[in-house]
Design a protein around this ligand. Structure first.
Ligand SMILES: Cc1cc2nc3c(=O)[nH]c(=O)nc-3n(C[C@H](O)[C@H](O)[C@H](O)COP(=O)(O)OP(=O)(O)OC[C@H]3O[C@@H](n4cnc5c(N)ncnc54)[C@H](O)[C@@H]3O)c2cc1C
Length: 449
């Protein structure tokens, strides 16, 4: 089997052969009716991996490792459904390939096809219209596809990792309920505030970018006929000075792809310095929430201000979307750059490893490709530690590249001191074109670094 491996550079900096091998594996499984694949079987059939976090990267890790012969258990802190909390995501072309490598093949449409981008000014005049075919979907849909593929017996919810004990030969994950488990490999897929990262790589710190995103999903049927006809089927941008509004259609509740039952995902980036952020995060009882504030606790005056700002700054179609979003949620935007991703038999992937502002829209596919890089290295290297070292080298480079690009794209939305010059707005045609042309495209990763 190893003879069929062809090394080619993959878009995100890993080699193409992982896809080739996994596709071959799927065929083998089809005829042998077994879960353990041939690849990696020789040296990993008895190996056990523990994955902390049961969201997108944790599930990708579990499914890929299983297909490479590992016994995997996922431990997720949340006791309930994760699915209801998501919003829209741009499904980069590589997502289908990554899903297929995880054993999720014939799924029909991943999401909704949008082929046009438009830019509207404050009065609703169309400043720009560009062709740009892309699939857009919801976090829920991707999560559901992955979760459905993993056996319930391997997914342990309500399990919060406290720490990993590395005093023994193998790392031991210790949970808040007092239980613990030893494994040959422990993967921290535990997101932006990763417990694993904070224990092993405490030098990596979240950096607040100086702006927030207001996000919501709006039922397709709620829009007026005029707004629906004009904007619903597009990726629509608004660029008030120093801000950015973006919207596009996504799947309806329960993955419904029927026109009429879809939803529109909106995100409105607005500058907010530290002081303003803490004001936005303060609830009606004066409590300042640390990371994010639950939508029902956002004070009415904050929502009122948002509606007024929408009427003042955004196209009427976008102001309508804001008005239709009484439960929009506030997402402070952070960067996270890591200098290490692995130590011995422990590694971090996905948002636990790197967080880039959302303008590149690479979070999901980066998570998937972190895992693809890791499974190839585990198959090919002599030891887990060597494999994780190689994974680290490959993925640090890609993470840094995505982060640099996202920082560059988000630089205009940073909070500015009062009286300083305005950031480029819809009066700056070159800037506006670059935002509309470049947002949510990962083509730069296919160019040489
Ligand atoms: C609910 C939700 C909705 C999202 N929606 C979008 C979206 O609409 N668009 C988009 O681009 N991105 C979205 N993201 C982020 C996007 O999914 C990520 O960039 C990408 O999927 C990689 O995520 P991740 O799995 O690395 O981290 P996350 O999705 O953040 O998952 C981390 C998981 O680890 C669990 N966890 C954390 N600490 C512990 C612990 N100590 N012990 C056990 N478990 C722990 C968390 O409960 C969580 O489920 C969302 C993330 C979440 C959690």
């Amino acid at each position: 089997m190893r003879g069929i491996i062809v090394r080619r550079r993959l878009h995100y900096g890993i080699t193409r052969h992982v896809i080739t091998r996994t596709a071959a594996l799927a065929n083998v499984q089809g005829t042998h009716n077994g879960m353990d694949g041939l690849f990696g079987m020789q040296h990993s059939a008895s190996r056990r991996a523990v994955v902390i976090g049961g969201s997108i990267s944790g599930l990708f890790a579990a499914l890929l490792l299983e297909r490479h012969g590992w016994r995997v258990d996922v431990y997720e802190r949340s006791g309930g459904e994760l699915a209801g909390r998501g919003a829209g995501i741009v499904a980069q072309p590589e997502l289908r390939e990554a899903l297929s490598a995880a054993g999720i093949g014939d799924i029909g449409a991943v999401g909704v096809l949008v082929d046009t981008r438009i830019l509207l000014d404050r009065k609703g005049r169309e400043l720009l219209r560009l062709p740009c075919p892309q699939t857009v979907t919801s976090w829920e849909r991707v999560h559901r596809l992955l979760r459905a593929r993993l056996s319930d017996a391997r997914y342990h919810s309500g399990m919060e990792l406290k720490r990993i004990d590395t005093s023994g030969e193998l790392p031991r994950a210790e949970f808040a309920n007092g239980s613990s488990i030893e494994a040959d490999l422990v993967i921290g897929a535990d997101g932006i505030r990763s417990t694993v990262r904070q224990q092993f790589f405490p030098e990596a710190r979240l950096e607040y970018t100086g702006y927030v995103g207001w996000r919501s999903l709006i039922e397709e049927r709620a829009f007026s006929a005029g707004t629906h006809a004009r904007t619903f089927w597009t990726m629509a941008f608004g660029l008030p000075p120093g801000e950015q509004f973006l919207g596009y259609p996504v799947t309806g509740p329960n993955d419904d792809l029927t026109p009429g039952s879809l939803r529109w995902n909106m995100i409105w980036y607005r500058p907010a310095d530290e002081r303003e952020l803490s004001r936005l995060l303060t609830d009606g009882n004066g409590r300042v929430h640390e990371v994010s504030i639950p939508p029902p606790l956002i004070r009415p005056e904050v929502r009122l201000e948002l509606g007024e700002a929408a009427d003042r700054l955004l196209a009427p179609e976008f102001a309508e979307a804001v008005a239709l979003s009484p439960q929009s949620f506030l997402q402070p935007i952070y960067d996270l750059e890591s200098s290490r991703l692995s130590m011995g038999r422990v590694a971090v992937i996905g948002d636990a490893a790197f967080v880039a502002r959302p303008h590149v829209a690479a979070g999901v596919i980066k998570a998937a490709e972190d895992v693809l890089s890791m499974v190839v290295a585990l198959d090919e290297e002599k030891s887990v530690a060597d494999a994780l070292q190689r994974f680290q080298t490959e993925r640090l480079a890609v993470g840094r590249r995505i982060l640099a690009r996202a920082r560059e794209m988000g630089a205009s939305y940073r909070a500015r001191p009062p009286g300083s010059p305005m950031a480029p707005g819809d009066h700056d045609a070159a800037y506006a074109r670059s935002v509309v042309e470049d947002t949510a495209l990962t083509t730069f990763l296919r160019q040489p670094a």
